[in-house]
Design a protein around this ligand. Structure first.
Ligand SMILES: C[S@@+](CC[C@H](N)C(=O)[O-])C[C@H]1O[C@@H](n2cnc3c(N)ncnc32)[C@H](O)[C@@H]1O
Ligand code: SF4
Ligand code: SF4
Length: 322
């Protein structure tokens, strides 16, 4: 049946942290889908489609008191249920150990001092303590996600040693950001408010390109010697593109974006977005089925605009376009 085989659900917008690099505006006091509503709105889709990958994220998904019920409802109906979390609430380790998930993504943004400067005092030790409580043998993958930004550019390769041997994979993801001018031009293109775009708008370059380039090379080399798999996003990124990515100029070279065809983002209130950074609602699962929204007029018009006139200026520093 037609309909997305990959889904991301933000179960909450609440978050107890305030990470420096984060694209989200958290704690907006939204009317979040209840567990009964998630069931009513998504169950039919899950039972009639082969959903290969379902990602639960937030905000901080572990702040939902009913996260266990949500996972129990979704897990048996999808091929892989993955939880994306900061793993830094006090009871996160024991809570996650009981959840019926298939894979776990945890954010680690540096060795202790850097991670704590970005995410809050004491969070690094808490993440490690919580990671140790999780039985990796029952998970397909423990993936640690490190966002490369000005806040950790000097130190991100040391994440590898700091978390060894607690993860199967460590991914280094270049921070998504946009220049204010890119946001303004994107809003013009879509004829929408600039607030539609949820990503850091930075007037100047947000990290030092030469430092990032050197350290990306360093993690690649360390990855070859490590039993932990190392990935860099965007994959295969060259030094020249890293310079452009964190440079202050316009970036033109972009290929197409698959996310807007393949992975709807269902927000906390049930709105369906084409991606995490473009918060233009294509419909709401409270009102119509996800598969109809994902093949409907609004999303088709959005895709057509982007395929006819190219991706948006804000897409130029997003891993999905590079
Ligand atoms: C928005 S968080 C939600 C889940 C959870 N709160 C966490 O931090 O893992 C999902 C992931 O997006 C990453 N992220 C936040 N802002 C980003 C940005 N501007 N560019 C790239 N990744 C970003 C976070 O570091 C985290 O790994
Ligand atoms: S990255 Fe995650 S933990 Fe940090 S502020 Fe954003 S949502 Fe919260
Ligand atoms: S390339 Fe653009 S449309 Fe695609 S995920 Fe990134 S910001 Fe969204």
């Amino acid at each position: 049946m037609n309909g997305p085989a990959n889904i991301t659900l933000e179960v909450t917008n609440q978050c107890h942290l305030d990470c420096d690099h984060c694209y989200l505006e958290t704690n907006r006091n939204l009317d979040e889908l209840s567990v009964d509503e998630i069931e009513a709105c998504l169950l039919a889709h899950l039972e009639t489609h082969d959903v290969e990958s379902f990602v639960i994220t937030g905000g901080e998904p572990l702040l939902r008191p009913d996260i266990d019920e949500i996972c129990e409802m979704i897990a048996p109906r999808v091929e892989e249920l993955r939880l994306l979390t900061s793993l830094s609430t006090r009871d996160a380790g024991s809570l996650v150990a009981e959840l019926p998930i298939d894979a776990l993504n945890v954010s680690v943004d540096g060795p202790r001092a850097r991670h704590d400067a970005i995410r809050g005092e004491g969070t690094f030790d808490r993440v490690l303590e919580n990671l140790r409580r999780i039985d990796r043998s029952r998970l397909n993958e423990v993936y640690l996600n490190c966002v490369v930004s000005s806040y950790n550019e000097e130190a991100f390769p040391d994440v590898l040693e700091a978390v060894d041997p607690l993860a199967d994979t460590v991914g280094f993801q270049l921070q998504t950001w946009a220049r204010p001018d890119d946001v303004a031009r994107s809003a013009e293109r879509l004829d929408c408010d600039e607030g539609t775009f949820m990503l850091p708008a930075v007037p100047d370059h947000p990290a030092t390109p030469s430092t990032v380039t050197e350290n990306v090379q360093e993690v690649r080399e360390r990855g070859e010697r490590s039993s932990t798999t190392v990935r860099v996003f965007p994959p295969g990124i060259s030094d020249a593109v890293i310079h452009e990515w964190f440079g202050s100029g316009e970036r033109e070279q972009m290929r197409g974006c698959q996310t807007i065809y393949r992975r709807p983002l269902v927000g906390p209130e049930g709105d369906v977005y084409p991606c995490p950074f473009v918060r233009q609602s294509m419909g709401n699962v409270r009102d119509e089925p996800l598969s109809e929204i994902w093949t409907g007029r609004s999303i088709e018009q959005f895709r057509q605009r982007l395929s006819e006139t190219g991706l948006l200026p804000i897409c130029s520093r997003c891993a999905c376009s590079a």
